[in-house]
Design a protein around this ligand. Sequence first.
Ligand SMILES: Nc1ncnc2c1ncn2[C@@H]1O[C@H](COP(=O)(O)OP(=O)(O)OP(=O)(O)O)[C@@H](O)[C@H]1O
Ligand SMILES: [Mg+2]
Length: 256
Amino acid sequence: MAARRIAFINEKGGTCKTTLAVNVAAFFADKKRKRVLLVDLDTQGHAAKSLGVDPRSISKNVFHLLTDPNVSLEAVTLPTATPNLALVPSWKDMAEFPSLAGADPQRARRLATRLEPALERYDFIIFDAPPSLGLTTTNILVAAEEVVVPVATTYLALDGCAEMVDTVADVKATYQHERLRITQVVPTLYRKTQLADEVLAKLKEYFPKRTAEPFALSVTVDEAQSHGKTIWEYAPWSRGATMLQSIAEAVDRAGK
Ligand SMILES: Nc1ncnc2c1ncn2[C@@H]1O[C@H](COP(=O)(O)OP(=O)(O)OP(=O)(O)O)[C@@H](O)[C@H]1O
Ligand SMILES: [Mg+2]
């Protein structure tokens, strides 16, 4: 069976895209024994950093895969400390991708095309998206089939979520990508306040069967990332790990 392709996307910054992409990928790889490829497309290189890899020290990354036909998928794929989890890192070069690829009529399909060899080699391909819309995000949506939208439970967060619904519908129509769908909306950075509960209630109203359990604020999750470790390496028995496991399981079920 071809790999399931799951994108963590929200054009808003700081909504836990990277935290969820990295830890869900690590959960599938380490706990479910699946072959997982995590593909970062953000210029910040946070997926690599979250896995203890310094993206500056790597000569070839996803940018080279997307812009140089002589660079193979293997040449940009790194092993990680988590068993079964491989990483395609990203770095500042990716900022040049939209202008470099702009004139190519197939520009939106480059990522999907370059990942074709991965479809049989992996069970899951997980994408960590940048906090913006544009050619990079379009490439992710063309390459993915399942979209997970992490939404901060704060004022204005719902706007970004509505934008994502429109963007997914646009890509689906423009690229005849029938299988593309939002499978889960994950309320993140949750604290029990009246405002957060109002945002949560709205999400459940808009996405009745697709809203995951809230991902509450947890210092341990933040610490794990700052140490370059997944939650399962850093604090496997923490509340953060329990929350991330239940989100990973919801993402798994929702896309089946
Ligand atoms: N449950 C949590 N509790 C506390 N802090 C968290 C939690 N989840 C993530 N964070 C922290 O919030 C910050 C933003 O998270 P993250 O990098 O995952 O967001 P992002 O959506 O990928 O951001 P960007 O849009 O910049 O790519 C990070 O410092 C991360 O460690
Ligand atoms: Mg990020």
